[in-house]
Design a protein around this ligand. Sequence first.
Ligand SMILES: Cc1cc2nc3c(=O)[nH]c(=O)nc-3n(C[C@H](O)[C@H](O)[C@H](O)COP(=O)(O)OP(=O)(O)OC[C@H]3O[C@@H](n4cnc5c(N)ncnc54)[C@H](O)[C@@H]3O)c2cc1C
Length: 556
Amino acid sequence: MSAVQSVSGKSPSATPETYDVVVVGAGLAGMYMLHRLRGLKMTARVFEQGDGVGGTWYWNRYPGARCDVESMQYSYSFSDELQQEWDWSERYAPQAEILKYANHVADRFDLRPDIQFNTRVDRCVFDEDTNRWSVTTSDGATVVAAFVVLATGCLSNARMPDIEGISGFKGKVYHTGNWPHEPVDFTGLRVGMIGTGSSAIQSVPVIAEQAKHLTVFQRTANFSIPARNAPLTAEEREIFRKNYPEVRRFAREEARNGIYTELPDRGALDDGDNDRRAKYEARWRHGGLTFMSVYNNLALDKTANDTAADFVREKIAEIVRDPETARLLQPNNHPIGTKRICIDTDYFATFNRPNVMLVDIKSNPFEEILPNAVRTGGKDYEIDALVLATGFDAMTGSVAKIDIRGRNGQTLNQKWAEGPKTYLGLMSAGFPNLFIITGPGSPSVLSNMIVSIEQHVDWISDCIAFMRDRGLDTMEAKKDAEDNWVAHVNEVAHTTLYPQANSWYMGANIPGKPQIFMPYIGGVGPYRQICNDVAAKGYEGFAMTGAERPRKMAAS
Ligand SMILES: Cc1cc2nc3c(=O)[nH]c(=O)nc-3n(C[C@H](O)[C@H](O)[C@H](O)COP(=O)(O)OP(=O)(O)OC[C@H]3O[C@@H](n4cnc5c(N)ncnc54)[C@H](O)[C@@H]3O)c2cc1C
């Protein structure tokens, strides 16, 4: 029985099912949100369009898929029992293991009874008379909730390229972000891969081992650092487990990107050539995302950045035997790190295999896809199967698919037509009681996302509890606070090299999408402090209104 049912004043039979909170999405964000709401004794319904939990790790089952933040850190910290009992098998766990972890969490915290699978949220409409959201789902049902939390994911709306002839292709077409659940066997097949971002960089070496031939169609070369993945020993796990209080504290409060690592104390130009090279070499050998943390100005100073970019370009030239292929694989149109840096296992070396070919589609754009080939630069490349590693409509794509209507019937898509506008990435003015987890305007995809997810879920939970305890009915970002935040997010971004890249951070991978740097680059520590200060000042920058009648929620 819902806690807010009585507020409507109508008889229960005449009203749709009502909840304190509707959560959209059962990835790592939606799952933790539900857990916290349970702790607050609130009624919640989670709607998930897939038939299982795990979000990213449910959908991205392509060969080679794994995390790029080390598993001992890319894991929930909210339960010490959980982090002490779960054994990660490798430095970077593969997708299947992360999905198993998500399922373990769902079972351990008994989340499933409140999650409705195979159900997409299509519409959310705010009723200004009742201060309630009506949420309509793909099964035609409508439920009512005081709050809606969008845990819809930043990289969950797979981007299908618009290439002429693709629908007439005779072989199978796969998207890495929506991979079949049963294993795909490429044995004996000529495979075409479109895209060279993170998913391609992970899957190319694995597919190349199986396929008869692999043709990789590249528009933009990307920087990638060796992962140096390896099994985790019991001792390595133990060191982390013993140090978790400090590791997690550091990741939340001090690291800019939510990853525990040594913080650099100098810039790249403060060292001479030999010392600098030795440091890059050591990080290259160590592997992983911390390559960019070797100096403190790589994201700020182009000359400093060039030293790191040149180092990686040289490594590519050393690894790849064919000079023309090496040249094409060397990124040259963006500073290193200004697109999410990739980490790989033998990506560049895979181009030394006799069954792998790189085709440059920047100088020779696609003409069309034929029933059995890709035509580009006047040449036909025969293929039997096509893999689209074309990424996502990032950060806003899944939100934009829902018809969200706030005050005065304004849709969120109308409001965000020139780019997303939020206060703290958490709320958008005119859309009361609607929260976004890791939304645009928060550190989000620039961070270890579980750190950012937990921070947002905790903040939102505390905020809802605050409102309940004071009998408040609505909360809404104030327009001036939002405008100031949007300006701040932009200003900070423009002190860095990031906006120089045509990245999905900027929306540049989606034709027609406004080009605005979406995530907040100020760092997870400073951002957390800002959010905490806002809360401590009674949610400064947010307008809150009381209920006409005392609000009844489950725990009140
Ligand atoms: C291949 C890959 C590797 C990654 N590796 C890392 C990594 O190593 N480190 C890192 O920090 N981040 C990584 N990420 C980012 C990753 O998305 C986040 O770390 C995290 O998993 C996001 O969790 P989430 O719950 O916010 O979103 P998601 O996991 O995307 O879950 C969102 C869920 O919402 C559902 N949904 C969306 N819209 C609707 C709707 N209208 N109705 C119902 N359900 C809906 C989706 O089906 C999905 O299940 C990776 C992303 C990808 C794609």
